[in-house]
Design a protein around this ligand. Structure first.
Ligand SMILES: [Zn+2]
Length: 155
């Protein structure tokens, strides 16, 4: 997970449609907290990690955007390492990564795709370009982007 830049240029063309779509399951409390975090960090991009078991996202880990930028984000490697250790203590693993696009569409930018190093993770992008936040989720594998369907579960 390194630097991601120029998130304001979404490369929608890179979004490959697949015949079938996979679901990711997000706990409602995690969902709400993710959106709240993204709003609180405005005008900067917010970023964070999500953990759980299999496709279920059960825990949110807010991370610092060390770039403090409205158009890019980067996480501190030590903070990532520490957070992953805490996930393991909970018997969870890294299953999702989120960041916001304060003024952009909820699609991965070219840089988001280039810097996506977790092929199994669900990449969430929270767009705050409109009054109502829009969240989309993708899997990014071998520089290709596959949309995932999101199911928010209330439990
Ligand atoms: Zn981005």
């Amino acid at each position: 997970m390194q630097k991601r830049k120029h998130c304001k240029n979404p490369s929608i063309k890179a979004v490959a449609e697949k015949g079938h779509k996979d679901y990711v399951y997000v706990k409602l409390s995690v969902w709400n907290e993710m959106i709240r975090h993204c709003k609180n960090e405005l005008p900067y991009e917010a970023c964070g990690l999500l953990s759980g078991r299999k496709r279920k996202l059960e825990t949110i880990w807010k991370m610092d955007n060390i770039e403090k930028s409205a158009y890019s984000f980067a996480m501190d490697l030590d903070q990532i390492t520490n957070t992953i250790q805490l996930m393991e203590k909970r018997k969870e693993s890294l299953t999702g990564i989120y960041h916001s696009h304060p003024t952009g569409l909820p699609y991965p930018s070219k840089e988001d795709i280039l810097n996506a190093h977790y092929p199994k993770a669900a990449y969430f992008i929270v767009s705050l370009a409109n009054q109502k936040p829009i969240v989309r989720c993708f899997r990014i594998q071998d520089k290709s982007v596959y949309p995932l369907l999101i199911k928010v579960i209330n439990e």
